[in-house]
Design a protein around this ligand. Structure first.
Ligand SMILES: [Zn+2]
Length: 82
C-alpha cells in the first residue's frame, strides 16, 4: 500500500497569462489573500498593465470556494436604507 503524505497547505499559486499588449508570457504568483483583489498584472516584458480575472481552473478547489464566499461577502452592501 502506498502511503502518502498529508497535503501541505498551499501558500502560493502561479498562473500563466499572456500580456494583452506584447503577448509575452507572464507567470503571476498569487497568495490566497491576494486572490480576491486580483484584477490583472503588470507585464514583465513591456511593463504595461493587462486587466485580468481569475477563472475556476486557475485555482485549487478550496481556494475557489473561499474566493466565492469572500467576493459574495464583499457584494453584500447595506442596501436597505430608505
Ligand atoms: Zn507586455
Amino acid at each position: 500500500m502506498i502511503s502518502f503524505q498529508p497535503s501541505r497547505q498551499l501558500l502560493l499559486i502561479e498562473i500563466e497569462r499572456r500580456c494583452g499588449h506584447c503577448k509575452a508570457r507572464n507567470a503571476v504568483g498569487l497568495t490566497k489573500d491576494e486572490t480576491p483583489a486580483y484584477h490583472g498584472f503588470a507585464c514583465e516584458t513591456c511593463e504595461r498593465w493587462t486587466e485580468d480575472f481569475l477563472l475556476e481552473r486557475d485555482l485549487p478547489d478550496d481556494w475557489w470556494e473561499d474566493l466565492q464566499i469572500r467576493s459574495f461577502d464583499q457584494h453584500i452592501l447595506p442596501d436597505d436604507r430608505e
